[in-house]
Design a binder for this molecule. Structure first.
Ligand code: ATP
Ligand code: MG
Length: 485
């Protein structure tokens, strides 16, 4: 159902003869994420800046891959001072939230950068974070009070990644928790739903052996994660769902990649440092190679988009470096993958320290936990207040959860916290119930899928077959280009 304001805006545009179609997406804030989700580059995005000058406010509409050139802009506007409006001023002037600006700004002058007109179609905000309008660029000349001018320069950093594959994986080191679900699996689902990408989702069982593990538990957990994927709603007809070890080409490619990776670079990664702190007696080659294997997982499918939590950003940086190095040295055509971020990209630990992790006891709530277990775990979050009455990290954690699981009630609890009248146990119990409400349908679906052994086996077998075809082609190409065949 379209938002009433979005419909009104669409009508106004139609009356002005500005042709457009309306695209729908999940709630995404940055222009970059919207474009990635819709399958376009930043060069096909309109980004509006509201700027303050001594003569008043002005709206500047430019392409997402162009940065404002303030010298040129001041000259065009004939002003001395030019600064960004604050978020509040933005809201007042545009009447919409930051990130969703329209192209019509009845109360201000509008400057449209001339590079916008190098495109045929372009996407712009709709006033809602759930919709984007795709315009015929020629029609933008009909925007009232607008002027076309050269006010930007191109930025090189926004290389457009045209890959239409998506890859992501989760280690089989335990049962899935809220962080895995909100930071990763929700992104898997959103990208699968677009129908625009070939999505490959993996249980990275080989990555699980890079830290100490129990072999019976690994064998059990890896299957449980496939069941979690299916219960979360992944559709094996749409996505390729696999165990990493069923496609041994990942490991072969990782070894080839390791020939272009510097050891010192791996030793300095924050993720490596965290893991050796967690397991000081298990500093292995496998652990050092973790990011190289992850690069192989992604690049073997030439995936351009990777739905993972923010903790994985350093590994994606390594993946891009490997892609660039391989392309330079051997003429391969690997994309430089980017992260697809969700609202839950960082879910804090219940201990009030660091992130929720499968392998850190007491840090997580599993997707399969009962209401009783969830209540007990949420009650364990430390809520001692700091001397100045500021939020301690445990309290911040509770409010992060409240924002995600019961956004309407958060304001009430926040106010009580500020007034000093908040009873933490009430907030905690309400939170436990809200979390359980979200997980209950998942748990019900899960029970059905888990009992259908044949179906799960078939998903795993079929996924491996489809994935190996793609993986083998990439490995053959790399071997040829590296002089191995
Ligand atoms: P481990 O302790 O074994 O490293 P983990 O909980 O960190 O387990 P991973 O298998 O390493 O889970 O990561 C799986 C996916 O879940 C990745 O995309 C990762 O970014 C995401 N993820 C993990 N923890 C969180 C978190 N706390 N918040 C958001 N996303 C997370
Ligand atoms: Mg991890």
């Amino acid at each position: 159902m379209l938002d009433k304001n979005v419909l009104e805006y669409s009508e106004t545009l139609k009356k002005l003869g500005i042709n457009h179609s309306i695209l729908e997406h999940p709630e995404l804030v940055t222009v970059e994420d919207v474009q990635k989700y819709l399958g376009f580059g930043l060069d096909e995005a309109l980004a509006t800046l509201i700027m303050k000058t001594e003569k008043g406010f002005v709206a500047i509409v430019r392409r997402g891959d162009c940065a404002l050139d303030s010298k040129k802009t001041k000259k065009v506007l004939g002003v001395e001072s030019l600064s960004m409006a604050t978020d509040d001023e933005f809201r007042q002037i545009t009447g919409v939230v930051p990130g969703a600006a329209h192209i019509l700004h009845p109360v201000t002058k509008v400057i449209i950068d001339e590079k916008v007109f190098e495109k045929e179609k372009i996407n712009g905000g709709s006033g809602s974070l759930l919709y984007t309008f795709r315009y015929d660029v020629g029609d933008l000349k009909k925007i009232p009070q607008s002027q076309i001018a050269d006010v930007t320069k191109l930025t090189v950093s926004t290389v457009i990644n045209k890959s239409n594959r998506v890859f992501s994986g989760i280690r089989a080191t335990g049962r899935l928790h809220l962080g895995n679900y909100l930071g990763a699996v929700k992104g898997f689902l959103e990208l699968e739903k677009t129908g625009k990408y070939e999505t490959v989702y993996c249980v990275v069982d080989v990555h699980s052996i890079t830290t100490p593990y129990d072999k019976e538990a690994l064998a059990k957990n890896k299957r449980e994660i496939i069941i979690d994927y299916l219960a979360a709603g992944l559709d094996p007809k749409k996505s390729i769902i696999i165990y990493q070890s069923d496609v041994p080409e990942h490991i072969e490619l990782a070894f080839y990649f390791s020939s272009v990776v510097n050891v010192a670079r791996m030793l300095h990664l924050p993720t490596y440092k965290d893991k050796i702190k967690q397991h000081p007696n298990a500093v292995t080659m496998a652990l050092l190679n973790y990011p190289v294997l992850m690069a192989a997982d992604i690049l073997i499918y030439k995936a351009g988009l990777v739905p993972v939590g923010i903790d994985q950003e350093p590994h994606l940086e390594v993946t891009r470096e490997i892609a660039r190095k391989m392309n330079q040295l051997y003429g391969t055509d690997f994309p430089e993958p980017v992260r697809f971020a969700t609202k839950g990209e960082y879910i804090p630990s219940l201990t009030g320290e660091g992130k929720m992790s499968k392998t850190i006891a007491g840090s997580y709530i599993n997707l399969t936990d009962s209401l009783e277990e969830i209540r007990k775990k949420v009650r364990s979050v430390p809520t001692a207040t700091t001397a100045g009455g500021e939020m301690s990290s445990g309290v911040k954690t509770l409010f992060t959860f409240a924002n995600l699981f019961m956004p309407e009630e958060t304001v009430k609890y926040k106010k009580a916290f500020e007034d000093g009248t908040l009873k933490f146990v009430e907030l905690k119990d309400a939170l436990a119930e809200a979390i359980y409400r979200e997980l209950k349908p998942f748990q019900e679906r899960r029970a059905k899928i888990a009992s259908d052994t044949k179906y799960v086996d078939e998903v795993i077998r079929d996924g491996a077959e489809r994935a190996r075809k793609i993986a083998k082609a990439t490995v053959d190409e790399v071997k040829k280009k590296m002089g191995l065949i």
